[in-house]
Design a protein around this ligand. Structure first.
Ligand code: ADP
Ligand code: GLC
Length: 474
């Protein structure tokens, strides 16, 4: 059938990105267009975007967005139909989407309420004759959009909320209820109340017509206390309207051969040259497998386990390059590793898209030892580049990697190495397995070709989203 979707989020590639959310929001429009759904993306006009939008027409106006007016500009970027909410009093600030030089913006609840409010109004009323069938909200920043539809009238629009990471819940104090334009009758534990305050994510969870998350395993995990982070009961209560749809990756961007010479997808020729280039760049000499980490350096990602497991891996001939930034303690820990093993461990603290491509093209394995991982994208880049993923068996990692075991090796289907529970013992054993597998070139080549044959594009998941929209609108 097909139709129209208004997607609402705080990040979208190539305009603004702090993590995988941006990749997914930016990739969905093209993926859905292929199955007949036209998607526009509504985003805040952060300072970094202002210069871009000079000539864009104004298509919507809001008189009162919490202390000032707002207007929506419409344009196209990299094939994505973008709607930018320009409200300088909220978004024209130094820093990233959520924080400035002095930390998190204290008015984030209001900043993203304004985004959600505008989204709900556009969805309800339509924009220049463009009336969406579905409003698709992403994470806590857009959590109030389904709530505004539920409490102020939906205009027949269906709502979907996607959880990309339950760790971020969008908290506001109780006295903000009215300020956030939420009705008093919603103030109870079955609705918006959350530990004495308001959670904008919970608001979306209790009001959206459907809830998705970014992998089937994470959908199941979210209903358990170890992963639900306080919202497990809320999600379980909505269990009949929750599903997991795996993310894909943009195979035009992550495209060995075309995008990352000299690596050639068909023949694997050039992988060795790419690896040699990488070792030269970081001053490394690695006789065994070369591992990489490309990640936010946070507790979620299990980075703190590296100092416990890397010494044995290096002793066994392995090497490591880490590209990432985040927690200062973890940045220090990986720097220390590099200082301890010069010639074997390299570190680049920072964010560098071009370097991440070189790393996936040249490395042998990518390490993703996450404690929880809603989906994860880097293990999929690894599959695509024949850079075998070494992952903990949680969330989307469990749904995308087939770990080498006697059974999967015998069946010829393994695509990587997996471990659980997420601790130094399990991770260390996984790295020992990497060393053993890498020492058997024929077997390694087979794992590599399995990995590269594993589909990581958007086709299946785009069809799943289209099916969901169609069921909701039927
Ligand atoms: P999350 O969204 O939890 O950070 P994902 O694996 O879903 O995890 O997405 C992370 C995205 O950010 C990937 O596209 C990854 O390549 C990219 N990324 C993370 N850190 C860096 C970095 N330091 N330099 C370049 N890209 C990075
Ligand atoms: C979140 C998750 C990550 C997921 C991404 C995109 O940032 O941490 O696992 O891949 O969102 O959905």
């Amino acid at each position: 059938m097909g139709g129209r979707v208004l997607s609402v989020a705080s990040e979208c590639v190539p305009l603004v990105k702090t993590g995988g959310l941006a990749d997914v929001v930016g990739a969905l429009p093209a993926a859905l267009a292929a199955v007949g759904w036209e998607m526009r993306v509504l985003l805040p006009c952060y300072r970094s975007l202002r210069s871009l939008v000079g000539g864009w027409p104004v298509v919507w106006e809001e008189a009162d967005l919490w202390g000032g007016p707002g207007r929506v500009l419409s344009g196209e970027v990299a094939g994505v139909q973008v709607l930018l909410l320009d409200a300088p009093h909220l978004y024209d600030r130094e820093g990233g989407p959520y924080s400035g030089p002095n930390g998190e913006h204290p008015d984030n609840a209001v900043r993203f309420a304004a985004l959600s409010w505008t989204a709900a109004r556009i969805a309800r009323e339509g924009l220049d004759g463009w009336k969406p069938d579905v409003l698709h909200a992403h994470d806590w920043q857009a959590g109030l959009a389904p709530a505004y539809l539920a409490y102020h009238g939906s205009g027949g629009v269906k709502s979907v909320l996607t959880i990309h990471n339950i760790a971020f819940q969008g908290w506001a104090p109780a006295h903000m209820l009215g300020v956030l334009r939420l009705p008093g009758h919603a103030w109870h534990p079955e609705a918006l109340e959350y530990y004495g305050g308001i959670s904008t994510l919970k608001a979306g969870l209790v009001t959206a017509d459907w809830i998705t998350t970014v992998s089937p395993t994470y959908a199941a995990e979210l209903m358990r206390p170890e992963f639900g982070m306080g919202l497990e009961g809320v999600i379980a209560a909505r269990g009949a309207s929750v599903s997991g749809i795996l993310n894909g990756v943009d195979t035009a961007v992550w495209n060995p051969g075309a995008e990352d010479p000299p690596f050639d997808r068909k023949s694997l020729a050039g992988k060795a040259a790419a690896r040699a280039g990488l070792c030269a760049e970081f001053g490394l000499e690695v006789p065994g497998p070369l591992a990489i980490v490309v990640s936010r350096l946070t507790d979620q990602k299990g980075i703190d386990l590296l100092p416990a497991v890397i010494p044995d891996f290096v002793l066994g001939g392995g090497g490591l390059i880490v590209l990432g930034s985040g927690d200062p303690g973890l940045e220090g820990a990986v720097r220390k590793l590099a200082a301890r093993f010069p010639g074997r461990v390299g570190v680049r603290i920072g964010y560098d898209e071009a370097m991440s491509h070189r790393l996936f093209a040249g490395a042998d394995v990518v390490l993703v030892p996450s404690r929880f991982e809603p989906c994860g994208l880097t293990q999929m880049y690894g599959l695509r580049y024949g850079t075998l993923p070494v992952v903990s068996l949680v969330g989307g990692l469990a749904d995308t990697v087939i770990g080498a075991s006697p059974a999967t090796l015998a069946a010829g289907v393994a695509t990587g190495v997996t471990f659980h529970p997420v601790d130094a013992l399990g991770f260390g054993q996984a790295l020992a397995q990497v060393l053993a597998l890498h020492a058997q070139p024929k077997l390694w080549a087979k794992l590599r070709s399995n990995a590269m044959a594993h589909p990581v594009g958007w086709e299946t998941s785009a069809a799943a989203y289209a099916g969901l929209y169609e069921r909701l609108c039927a």
